[in-house]
Design a protein around this ligand. Sequence first.
Ligand code: HEM
Length: 100
Amino acid sequence: MFSIHRDPKYYPNPEKFDPERFSDENKDLINPSTYIPFGQGPRNCIGSRFALMESKAIMFYMLSAFRIEMSPKTQNPIKFMKGTLNLKAEKGFWVNLQPL
Ligand code: HEM
């Protein structure tokens, strides 16, 4: 899935953080078979709706209480750890949380 989602054939400039790819105007340009964060078919993720809801709730409460900034320990550009099943940052995920 990682490789498909980072393939420039399907996602131009794939490393760019570009939420506009998923805007109402652009989302029809995405081939649904190349967007499979929760898998597809009869064994797809049973928790996808819950996962989306909890991610949005976390983002809402974090962003309403803190400004998230890079710290001197933030790895930028991020590199991913090799040899793990789950996607992890090589040097961990470090940010500063500034209370609003
Ligand atoms: C962002 C969070 C999550 C992601 C990206 C994710 C992704 C996935 C993916 C890719 C699969 C495999 C689908 C396939 O084989 O086609 C899967 C399966 C599954 N996920 Fe998730 N998942 C997430 C969160 C959750 C949560 C919160 C739960 C439970 C509360 C959950 C429960 C399951 C279960 C039970 C399966 C196996 C379904 C089956 O084999 O029939 N997942 N998930």
